[in-house]
Design a protein around this ligand. Structure first.
Ligand code: F6P
Length: 340
């Protein structure tokens, strides 16, 4: 078979490990050949692709970013399934492997419904895709955030300051929850749970009263009780969605005023998406790549590979894209016992 592979949407540590896993297994076990499609769906509709051999993917599992690069282009703005089919036919391409998050997998589902042979691989540092226990990239983002919070804590302690750390998490607070728990934060704030400024202030003051430098971890999509809108001061992204960010700065100002504790805020931003993947993400991404090739070889179109416990299985794309995997209330409450 001839298989095109693309990475689309925001990048994520482990993308290269998926590409390597797919090409290695496809070449060794099935004798498939691959095309690397540049910049996600953009490369497909612009016919910007190149052969991808075993040689091209050597040593890739530890490399951050994506050798194929990425974009947030939707093929439906550029000729849709007709154009995709035309380019695939021109190269004799039998199938596509699309590596991406919710937006990419929704596009993959729509293309499948219009007759394109496609298999998805779930990717996002946010870990917000249902139908898979974990997405690769999440573990790396949590490790980076945890290490950063540990560092911010020691400088906070030296100065008797309160440190507010803003992490990524547009709709879900998985990174905030896990990095906050791992680093022993005194307050964790996630988009799924609204908390009042009074309650947050209480936790901060109680940590200070015990002689600690209070650490507050806030996901970019968090809104305090009474606030309808998320903080988004950076304009729109390529999908026309508001670019989130700024809640950390806002929270730091407000907390300083309420507590009289000198407060600093740090936005971890894209640091959480850059650099080498953790061992966990390298393994998961490699297994996803190999499983995607099995799924293509079985011609199980319109599916996505997913982690279920310790096994990888194929699930329908609509199952993965129908709802976001949010932090359940009981997971937040379990963490909140440790606040203050
Ligand atoms: O979807 C992943 C994510 O990292 C979000 O948490 C964040 O809001 C967004 O991407 C930022 O993406 P960019 O700045 O690359 O458009």
């Amino acid at each position: 078979m001839k298989i095109g592979i693309l990475t689309s949407g925001g990048d994520c540590p482990g993308l290269n490990a998926v590409i390597r896993g797919a090409v290695m297994k496809g070449d060794r076990i099935y004798g498939h050949t691959f095309f690397g499609i540049r910049d996600g769906w953009r490369g497909l509709v612009d016919d910007d692709l190149h052969p991808l051999s075993r040689h091209d993917v050597r040593g890739l599992s530890r490399q951050g970013g994506s050798i194929l690069h990425t974009s947030r282009t939707s093929p439906f703005d550029h000729g849709g399934s007709e154009r995709v089919k035309e380019v695939m036919d021109r190269h004799g391409m039998d199938a596509l492997i699309a590596v991406g998050g919710e937006g990419t997998l929704t596009v993959a589902r729509l293309l499948h419904e219009e007759g394109i042979n496609v298999v998805g691989v779930p990717k996002t540092i946010d870990n917000d895709l249902s139908a898979t226990d974990y997405t690769f990239g999440f573990d790396t983002a949590v490790a980076i955030a945890t290490k950063s919070i540990d560092r911010l804590r020691t400088t906070g302690e030296s100065h008797h300051r309160c440190m507010v750390v803003e992490v990524m998490g547009r709709h879900v607070g998985w990174i905030a929850l896990h990095a906050g728990l791992a680093s022993g934060a005194h307050v964790i704030l996630v988009p799924e749970v609204q908390v009042s400024m009074e309650e947050i202030t209480g936790w901060v003051l109680s940590a200070q009263a015990r002689g600690r430098a209070p650490v507050v971890v806030v996901a970019e999509g968090f809104r305090p009780t009474g606030h309808e809108e998320v903080v988004a001061t950076r304009g729109l992204d390529a999908f026309g969605r508001p670019r989130l960010g700024g809640i950390g700065d806002q929270m730091a100002l407000d907390l300083q005023e309420r507590t009289s504790i000198e407060t600093r805020s740090t936005v971890l931003g894209h640091l959480q998406r850059g650099g080498v993947p953790t061992a966990f993400d390298r393994v998961l991404a490699t297994r996803f790549g190999a499983a995607a090739v099995d799924t293509v070889s079985n011609r199980t179109w319109g599916t996505m590979v997913a982690l279920s416990g310790i096994d990888i299985r194929a699930v329908p794309l609509h199952q993965a894209t129908s709802e976001l995997k949010v932090v359940p209330r009981h997971r937040y409450d379990e963490a909140a016992i440790l606040f203050g």
